[in-house]
Design a protein around this ligand. Sequence first.
Ligand SMILES: [Zn+2]
Length: 243
Amino acid sequence: MKLDVLVFEAHPDDMELSCGGTVAKMSKQGYAVGVVALTKAELGTRGTPQDRRREFEASANVLGLRAWDVLDIPDGNIANTPENRERIIRAIRRYRPQLVLAPYWLDRHPDHANASVVVREACFYAGLTKIDTGQPPHRPGTVVYYPLHYEFTPTLVVDITDTFETKLAAIHCYTSQFHSRDNRFDSEPQTYISSAEFLQVIETRARYWGSKIGATYGEPFLWNGPVPVSDLPGTFAKISDLR
Ligand SMILES: [Zn+2]
């Protein structure tokens, strides 16, 4: 299946937390979007990999995704090895996206930082004919990065006002991870992200980035270079920072 956009995440729920509103928006706009989780998140404090898989699939449905896969790289050990790169290359060649979204390369969680590097390298190597996976080579046009714990000065912010509720609905699919009333996982250890306050942090972040672009909610992204523009007045036609 050919996709327009392929999102890589180290663990099922990373994408939803950081850029689920943008993913929902791209689906709504008619783009074919898919997600590949590198691990099953078997080291997660709450829930089992089976719980997480069900939640991942439910979230993918909420976000309108066309494809979703889990690569089964060991959680806590996303090493930049030829074997792991090949797994990612196979996914890139299967879906042939123009755009790849990946976690930002600096993060508190080593899996997120490592995922960023191995995905970027796999995007390059997927274009080399002599790396033989039995599939035609394919190199995505570009990789755009989304933040998790560590922030960056974004290259661009996507207005997600119309899909913020969908983002929250996708996050709420992960009952094992996040706060909800009458949560059957509440007998398991509480974590920072399972607290009610964490959901407020998600909203606060989205409101903050929205405020930077004159929208109610926004999500920031980083691109490794200047964004090419050929129509300067057109690009800024609907933008004013003097309001
Ligand atoms: Zn994660």
